[in-house]
Write a protein of this length. Sequence first.
Length: 211
Amino acid sequence: KLTGYNAFWYSHHLLLTVYVLLIIHGVSLYLEQKWYRKTIWMYLAVPVLLYAGERFLRFFRSRLYTVEICKVVIYPGNVVVLHMSKPASFDYKSGQYVFVQCPAVSKFEWHPFSITSSPRDDYISIHIRQLGDWTEGIKKAFSVVCQAPEAGISGLLRADAPNRTSLPELLIDGPYGSPAEDHRKYDVLLLVGLGIGATPFISILRDLLNN
């Protein structure tokens, strides 16, 4: 489950090939010549249109909300924290999550992560723990960039030395709702989280402290 996500993701997207074969099979029936009896395309049209619409919407939103990496922190325990600039029209609630894509790691995969910043913050932050091949690629990509540059002959680092490596690009799609976003409806909250599963509560606690 953790190490074979790529195989899982790509194999499930073979459904497009299956749909094409089903349409060819339904349209090319030699025993049935009446076109209105070849109804396989009718049953496939709805899910295909929904799938295509969702993909188009994600592509549009990822270009609408452009972000820049402001801060990168790598904690012990293989946890990477990314702080991104907050687009002007990006409104969210504590407990919600976003889908993230890093073209430097994979140009096709989107992964959901809870937003750990408060809605009143001027940035968006997410915590990513290395649990599989994609998250491992994220850590490697940002670890290389975060390494200190090599010192010159004098052994000193120049403060005005240009940054030779740029931060990887990130695309986001969201925010998406979750039950945790309704925490303000209750007078008493019991937050139970273990490890990286506590990330939705970081945003909730920050939101409560800010209010």
